[in-house]
Design a protein around this ligand. Structure first.
Ligand code: ZN
Ligand code: ZN
Ligand code: ZN
Ligand code: ZN
Ligand code: ZN
Length: 248
C-alpha cells in the first residue's frame, strides 16, 4: 500500500488540508501534515480501511461492502460505525463463522473474492453469494470432512457409520449428522468446553489425540510428557508441581 506523506491528505483551501481518512482539517504546513500522518489515530484509520474493505481512490474513500463513496463529513471511523456498514460486517461474520471462508483479502482490497478453504474456491463477495455457498451441499460435506479429524470422528468398517472417539458413540455417516453431532451433541460439546478450559494457556496439545484413532494421550509441550487425555488427568497435570515449576 502507498503511504507517502500525502497519502489521504488533500488540499481543502489555500490554508488548509483535509485528511480524508480521519475527517479532520490540518493547517497547510509540512510540519503539521507530518505530525498528523505520524499520529496513532491516522495510522489506526489506515489499518481499519484494510480490515473493512475501504479503498482510497481519486481523493475519495470508497467502501466496497456498502458500494458508496464517503462524503466529506464522514471519516473511516464514522463510516465503520454507521448502521449499513456495521450490519454488513456482522452479517458476513455470522455467515462465515465456522465455515472456513476467508474474507481478509477481500477486506484488504487485494481481491474481489472471498476464499473457501474447504472447497478450495473463490466466491465473488456478496452476502447473497456467500449464503448460497455455505448452504451448498458440497460445501457442507467439505466442512464435515474438515471437522472430523479435529473432532475425534473416525471411519469404521461399515461405511454407513462413523465413530466419535470422544463420546464413544456411532453416528450416521452423512455431513448433516456429523455437523449436528459436533454442534449439538451435549456430551461432545461439553468435552471440548471442559478440555479447552483446562488446556487454555497451558501448552497442552490434544491435536494428535483428536486426529489419531489409537492415540490415548494428550501431550504437554512444557514438560514434554504424555497425559491420558481426559479432563481429570489433564486437570491433575496442569495443577501439578512439576508442571507449574517447569520453565518453558
Ligand atoms: Zn488522518
Ligand atoms: Zn461500508
Ligand atoms: Zn466451500
Ligand atoms: Zn462426539
Ligand atoms: Zn506439563
Amino acid at each position: 500500500m502507498k503511504t507517502g506523506p500525502l497519502y489521504g491528505i488533500i488540499a481543502n483551501s489555500k490554508t488548509r488540508m483535509r485528511c480524508v481518512f480521519c475527517g479532520v482539517y490540518i493547517p497547510k504546513a509540512n510540519k503539521c501534515i507530518e505530525e498528523h500522518t505520524n499520529g496513532t489515530k491516522h495510522k489506526e484509520n489506515i489499518d481499519q480501511m484494510a480490515e473493512n474493505g475501504m479503498i482510497y481512490n481519486n481523493e475519495e474513500l470508497y467502501c466496497k461492502p456498502c458500494n458508496v463513496n464517503l462524503t466529506e463529513e464522514e471519516s473511516v471511523a464514522s463510516h465503520i460505525e454507521s448502521d449499513d456498514h456495521a450490519n454488513w460486517m456482522a452479517a458476513v461474520d455470522n455467515l462465515i463463522e465456522g465455515e472456513f471462508i476467508n474474507v481478509d483479502s477481500y477486506l484488504a482490497s487485494e481481491s474481489e473474492d472471498v476464499y473457501c478453504e474447504v472447497c478450495n474456491c473463490n466466491i465473488n463477495c456478496s452476502l447473497q453469494n456467500i449464503e448460497t455457498h455455505v448452504n451448498d451441499i458440497l460445501h457442507r460435506s467439505n466442512v464435515a470432512e474438515k471437522l472430523k479429524p479435529l473432532n475425534g470422528i473416525f471411519r469404521v468398517e461399515n461405511d454407513d457409520e462413523l465413530w466419535c472417539k470422544l463420546c464413544d458413540e456411532y453416528i450416521e455417516n452423512t455431513a448433516k449428522s456429523v455437523l449436528e453431532h459436533i454442534d449439538d451433541s451435549p456430551e461432545h460439546v461439553e468435552w471440548f468446553i471442559d478440555i479447552e478450559d483446562l488446556i487454555d494457556g497451558q501448552e497442552v496439545s490434544i491435536q494428535d489425540f483428536l486426529k489419531d484413532e489409537h492415540e490415548k494421550n494428550a501431550f504437554c509441550n512444557k514438560c514434554q510428557v504424555e497425559i491420558v487425555c481426559n479432563a481429570r488427568s489433564i486437570e491433575d497435570h496442569v495443577h501439578s508441581e512439576a508442571h507449574l515449576n517447569q520453565f518453558s
